[in-house]
Design a binder for this molecule. Structure first.
Ligand code: EPU
Length: 302
């Protein structure tokens, strides 16, 4: 979708919104898949309510993009524009055990920054790509921890009431790869309350998680992490592996040879290829195990 109305372009500039025309989602997602559309970069949180009102008034649908690391986007010209927060400087401000983090801050860098100031707890998330906002929305977790456990407060744009709001941690429910945020809520900032730990000890934990991840996941390849959630009491990766589906391909979309719940883009996979592979694997698991696998990856194919 292209924004070309000169009046609208002026209003966007007045709101401090930067237009990046014809952005390629294949370059903005870790899977390397996705078509093109205009990207609007937001430099001031306070401008968001006015921005969304402006887009609505001009009948321009939109989607919020975080770090693009858990996302499968359709091919071709996309029927909505993308909104993305400009990365802040600095992304993290510490106050005792509290870390005030902007949603656009890089997750890995945030974990390392906090570690260097003797704040731990998030070691498991060290190799997870993406932004803190994305991790928060999905309640990202690994190696026995999840980010939701450390959330004290979240600042978000609530689309339903068209306002910026602050929620306390106990007002939000954090479950396995799921939160009570609405699909159109936009994460803006979070306050994490992290346990004090000496840097050396945190570093040890980080090294262990890094090693585990390196040995079991296809880190150098284009992927969106795990494609399916683990059903209660079962492992999606193990089931797919047991069915001998590692290496199964549709075009350049392939079930990883290293971890069967990672589907990788080995070249120029399209969203159509990846979706066909997901549907095929889901059907085979359903037939063999009687279990309906639910997507972990977020799909924008509307
Ligand atoms: N397994 C296989 N074959 C495979 C993959 C896994 O047999 O191809 C077996 C493993 O040997 C192990 C079990 O399945 O016994 C579980 O595997 P793993 O430890 O790799 O964990 P997972 O359940 O597949 C989850 C998260 C990952 C997270 C790791 C580490 C989900 C869907 N996945 O994977 O998160 O990094 O644990 O904590 O919850 C993600 O969310 O995108 C993600 C990658």
């Amino acid at each position: 979708m292209r924004i070309s109305d000169p009046k609208l372009l002026t209003s966007l500039a007045e709101l401090g919104v930067e237009l990046r025309p014809v952005a390629k989602l294949s370059e903005l997602t870790s899977l390397g898949i996705g078509g093109t559309t205009d990207l609007l970069r937001i430099t001031k949180h306070e401008s968001i309510p006015d921005l969304l009102q402006l887009l609505d008034a001009n009948h321009i649908p939109h989607k919020f993009l975080g770090g693009g690391s858990n996302l499968l986007v359709n091919d071709g010209e996309l029927p909505w524009v993308i909104l993305q927060l400009a990365p802040p400087e600095p992304g993290v401000v510490l106050e005792g055990n509290l870390a005030h983090v902007d949603a656009a801050a890089d997750l890995g860098r945030t974990v390392t920054f906090c570690a260097k100031h003797d704040l731990g707890g998030m070691e498991g998330l060290i190799g997870v790509p993406g932004t803190v906002g994305g991790a928060l929305r999905m309640n990202a977790g690994a190696y026995g921890m999840q980010i939701g456990s450390y959330v004290r407060e979240v600042k978000l744009y609530r689309a339903a009431i068209r306002q910026i709001e602050t929620l306390r941690g106990h007002q939000i429910s954090f479950e396995y790869r799921h939160t009570s945020f609405a699909a159109d809520d936009m994460m803006l900032a979070v306050i994490l309350e992290l346990p004090s730990k000496p840097y050396n000890e945190i570093l040890k934990g980080i090294r262990i998680c890094n090693e585990k991840r390196r040995s079991s996941q296809p880190l150098g390849q284009k992927s969106a992490g795990c494609i399916f959630k683990n059903p209660p009491g079962a492992s999606a990766g193990r089931m797919i592996d047991e069915l001998g589906l590692k290496g199964l391909t549709v075009g350049d979309a392939r079930v990883s040879d290293r971890h069967a719940n990672f589907f990788v883009n080995t070249g120029r996979a399209s969203a159509k290829d990846m979706l066909a592979l997901i549907a095929d694997v889901r059907e085979r698991v359903q037939k063999a195990y009687g279990m309906a696998l639910e997507n972990e990856v977020v799909v924008w194919n509307g």
